[in-house]
Design a protein around this ligand. Structure first.
Ligand code: SF4
Length: 313
């Protein structure tokens, strides 16, 4: 079957020699964009319960969460290796010695082969990056930075509490330590059309980034975004419009960048819109159809690093 992009499953097989599953771990971290340090309301789309089974069901110890996560999938993925994925909230937002103790609990689990750590670009000080660099010499490790958009106006609308410059700074300091870097981007944000989507892809293509997660904007209940959406102020792309944006983005993404996700997926009981986001397979199928229609693939329009049009072009 034709492969239009470089999926995480292929990267994992190449790297570990077998399938790998991520097990979501919630260490109970807060977020400076929620606890009042940067802001109190958080990003307008965020409800961490939607990202975290542990937060919905009650948080157990890290070992317990890993055991339960593995038990849930081990019948279907008997041969798999497992990565502990520190997913909800800001997973570098604690003193470094506490972070190290938490990460080491996960690494010390006999079935865990690596760590993926999701965080904000403004929560990776040099001490944190030094810790991650040390750990990455002991185990596979990926640092995932939430960017969402390269446009400062959009970041302000989302109440992200950081700008694009802080993301660039984090990428520079992480790459100086040879860390494996992933980036989260949302396509189809209000006020962003195809031009901005392409621009974000071109900017990221020039950076030392190893993987990308694409998300569509979806609305979950009890968030500021839900209020705006209910008031008719948030246009959401249709499935085919989203696929168009995603293919625009992927055509400009170098072929060696791993695509970890093609769209977000919220639990059905939290999701308000768009309805198509409840079907996990629909975005992948629509994106593959769009690639087939265009006769292209990931990287088809990517420039060599450093040769993208200048910012604002
Ligand atoms: S930075 Fe992450 S955890 Fe914090 S409010 Fe935004 S989406 Fe939520």
């Amino acid at each position: 079957m034709e492969e239009y992009y470089y999926p995480l499953s292929r990267y994992f097989r190449q790297t570990f020699g077998r399938p790998v599953r991520k097990v979501s771990v919630d260490a109970g971290f807060s977020c400076p964009n929620r606890d009042g340090t940067i802001a109190a309301g958080g990003c307008i789309f965020c409800d961490n319960r939607a990202f975290s089974p542990a937060r919905r069901l009650g948080i157990g110890s890290i070992t317990q969460q890993i055991d339960e996560g593995i038990a849930r999938v081990s019948r279907r993925f008997a041969e798999a290796a497992f990565i502990a994925y520190f997913q909800p909230s800001t997973n570098t937002y604690a003193p470094v010695d506490r972070l190290e103790a938490i990460y080491r609990q996960a690494i010390g689990h006999p079935k865990i082969s690596g760590l993926a750590i999701g965080t904000r670009p403004d929560c990776v000080g040099d001490e944190v990056l030094d810790l991650l660099a040390r750990l990455s010499r002991e185990t596979w490790l990926s640092l995932e930075l939430g960017l969402q958009s390269s446009c400062d106006q959009t970041l302000a609308f989302l109440n992200r509490g950081h700008d694009f410059a802080s993301f660039l700074d984090a990428v520079k300091r992480a790459s100086q330590r040879n860390l494996r870097l992933g980036v989260h981007v949302i396509l189809g944000l209000p006020g962003e059309g195809r031009r901005q989507c392409r621009r974000t892809a071109e900017i990221l293509a020039d950076l030392p980034i190893h993987s990308i997660k694409l998300h569509n904007l979806y609305v979950v209940r009890d968030t500021p975004l839900a209020e705006l959406w209910a008031a008719g102020q948030i246009p959401l792309p249709s499935l085919e419009e989203y696929a168009d944006l995603a293919v625009d983005f992927l055509e400009r993404t170098p072929g060696d960048v791993v695509i970890e996700r093609l769209a977000g997926d919220a639990p059905r009981d939290f999701l308000l819109a768009p309805a198509w986001s409840a079907d996990k397979n629909a975005p992948r199928q629509a994106i593959e159809r769009q690639f087939a229609r265009r006769g292209t693939r990931q990287g088809a329009l990517a420039h060599p690093k450093g040769e993208n049009p200048p910012m604002g072009g």
